[in-house]
Each structure stands twice: as structure tokens, then as C-alpha cells.
Design a protein around this ligand. Structure first.
Ligand code: SF4
Ligand code: SF4
Length: 315
């Protein structure tokens, strides 16, 4: 069979080499373990006739493929023309080369306490149509991260789950995880993503000089505060949850920076600077959020949606 891949995760932990993308409620739930940030990436619009290649696999996109990419972009991403992903994620010192939840035996320490949905989706990509996931797997099968792990294999294998075949996701768990991650991204866009995109429109998304700060194929990381301010404004309860989150994050940043100072690594210094910047942004947000509020009309529908969205992590 062509374009067929199997997958068998042995939980070796090799792909847990940095903190993952996490939803805001997931970051709230694990607020004493993960420092939250916003990661902003550029995602080019795909056009019919465009050739995508990964390893030995190649596809020339037709109108249906281009429409499937556009549908995902319209639902999950931001902007027109070139589109941008804005996600919340964990942040830590790259020199540690590990997710903070990774145990020394290679296991995930939060597997039973709410493992991030993005980790359940591995090795698929929610921004790629199901019919083209074989290209994602072909690319990942060749990446250094997965080399030597054998978890992604071409063709059907007796000792692995058939993941993708002939343009379909074959495994029900993978289908479910992809659906949940896409739903989560859609929800994040509605709860705070649109507001953050608008708040950064002039200073980032419409400024060529600022856009140049987004590395090609990578992410620009900034403070998570714009997302917090978007949800904190929904109701008094949301504001209290955000203040609680800010206090936990300030304490966690203090601990992480103190550990880094003991390591005395030169390459940690810019990260420490960035974390101090995050801490300053949290302090400013704290001052803003504790200040007495003018009475104003709350959007009760939005308030109850945001409370429901955050409550799984805060109660
Ligand atoms: S590298 Fe592969 S086998 Fe190891 S944890 Fe990640 S998905 Fe599983
Ligand atoms: S949360 Fe768990 S599965 Fe996800 S990257 Fe961290 S250790 Fe790996």
C-alpha cells in the first residue's frame, strides 16, 4: 500500500524534548509545573498546484486539498493571505532539552493528571488535512527527533497500529485526538485568540519589521499576558482565576531562574532575561487586574462560556 504508515509508541520520551503546546485551561491546571507563553508562527496559505514533498513522498495539491487547508486555516488560524497560528504553550530553558513533565524513566509525569491533548495527537499535525497526513509522517519519519526510535514505520506492521492509509486516518484513537485538538484550537480562538490577534495587529501582524522576528518554520514567543487579559475581562471569577494563575507563575519563574543561576550556563542567560520579562509583564497585569473596576455591563453569554472553558482547570 502506498502512503501507509504505522505507529507504535514505546514511551521512550525522546520527543518530549521541550514543553508542548497546551491550551489555556491545561496551563492553568499545571500552573506550578509549566511556565506559560504565547507562541506565534506563520503558516503559509496552500494553493492548488503547489507541490509538497517529504522524504520519498510527494503530492501536488488539487482544488480539494487547497480547500481542505483553507477550511482548517479559517477555523483554527488568524489573518488572511498568510495566516498565523497563535497558541499557548509551555516554556522552559532549551538547554534542559526536556519537557518539565518528563520523568527520569522517560515516562510522562502528568499522563494520568491531564496530559495535554497536543501530546495525544503526536505524531499527526492538526493543521494538515487528514488526506495528507502521510506527508507529515513521512517528514517526521526522517526528522532527527524520531530517528532511532522506530515509532513511525512505512507500511502495515504486525507490531504497530495502522495509523494512516490511502488518505485516511485509520486508528480511532488518533481520529479522536485530532478532533479534540482541532476543537480545542477553535475554542482557544473564540475565547482569547481573536482578541489577542486584534491587540497585536498594529504592532506585529501589520508591521513587516516586527513580522521579521517570527523565525522561518519556528515561533516567536511572547508573554502569555494578552491571553490572560482577554479572559480576565469576562467576569469577576475569571479575573480571580487569572490572578491566582499569575501568582503561581511568578513563584515558578523565581524557582526556574534560581535553578538556572546555579547551572551557570552562558546559553541560559537570554532565556533568563526573557523569563524576567515575562515576570514583569505578569506584575503589570496583576496591578491592572487588582485595581478597582468601573462598573460595566458584562457580556453574560461570553462570561459563562469563558467560565465553563476555564472551570475544568480551576475548580
Ligand atoms: S519518540 Fe516515538 S516512541 Fe518515543 S515517546 Fe515519542 S512518539 Fe513515543
Ligand atoms: S506533557 Fe508528557 S507527553 Fe507531553 S511532552 Fe511533556 S512529558 Fe511528553
Amino acid at each position: 500500500m502506498v502512503n501507509t504508515f504505522s505507529f507504535a509508541c514505546s514511551a521512550c520520551g525522546k520527543c518530549c524534548n521541550s514543553p508542548p503546546a497546551m491550551t489555556l485551561p491545561e496551563l492553568f491546571r499545571h500552573r506550578d509545573l509549566f511556565i506559560g507563553c504565547l507562541a506565534i508562527g506563520r503558516v503559509p496559505r496552500r494553493r492548488a498546484g503547489e507541490r509538497l514533498r517529504a522524504g520519498q513522498h510527494e503530492s501536488v495539491l488539487d482544488e480539494t486539498d487547497a480547500a481542505a487547508f483553507a477550511s482548517l486555516a479559517d477555523t483554527l488560524l488568524h489573518g488572511a493571505g498568510d495566516t498565523f497560528s497563535i497558541v499557548t504553550q509551555g516554556y522552559d530553558y532549551p538547554s534542559l532539552a526536556r519537557c518539565p513533565a518528563l520523568e527520569d524513566d522517560g515516562r510522562c509525569g502528568i499522563h494520568l493528571k491531564g496530559k495535554p491533548v497536543t501530546c495525544e495527537v503526536v505524531p499527526l499535525d492538526p493543521l494538515v488535512p487528514d488526506t495528507l497526513q502521510h506527508l507529515v509522517l513521512a517528514g517526521r519519519n526522517q526528522s532527527a527527533l524520531y530517528l532511532g526510535t522506530d515509532c513511525i514505520q512505512e507500511g502495515p506492521r504486525a507490531d504497530a497500529t495502522l495509523l494512516v492509509a490511502e488518505g485516511r486516518i485509520e486508528d480511532a484513537n488518533a481520529q479522536h485526538a485530532l478532533a479534540r485538538r482541532r476543537h480545542a484550537l477553535e475554542q482557544e480562538k473564540a475565547m482569547w485568540g481573536r482578541a489577542v490577534f486584534e491587540s497585536l495587529r498594529n504592532d506585529l501582524f501589520e508591521s513587516p519589521a516586527a513580522l521579521a522576528r517570527i523565525p522561518s518554520g519556528g515561533f516567536l514567543t511572547i508573554s502569555i499576558v494578552p491571553a490572560l487579559l482577554a479572559v480576565a475581562g469576562a467576569s469577576v471569577r475569571c479575573r480571580e482565576w487569572c490572578l491566582d494563575y499569575i501568582d503561581s507563575q511568578l513563584a515558578l519563574i523565581d524557582r526556574r531562574v534560581a535553578q538556572a543561576l546555579l547551572r551557570r550556563r552562558l546559553d541560559d542567560r537570554p532565556v533568563t532575561q526573557e523569563l524576567r520579562g515575562f515576570a514583569s509583564a505578569f506584575q503589570r497585569a496583576r496591578t491592572l487586574l487588582v485595581a478597582p473596576k468601573q462598573s460595566r455591563n458584562e457580556d453574560l453569554v461570553f462570561a459563562s462560556s469563558v467560565e465553563a472553558y476555564l472551570s475544568s482547570a480551576c475548580n
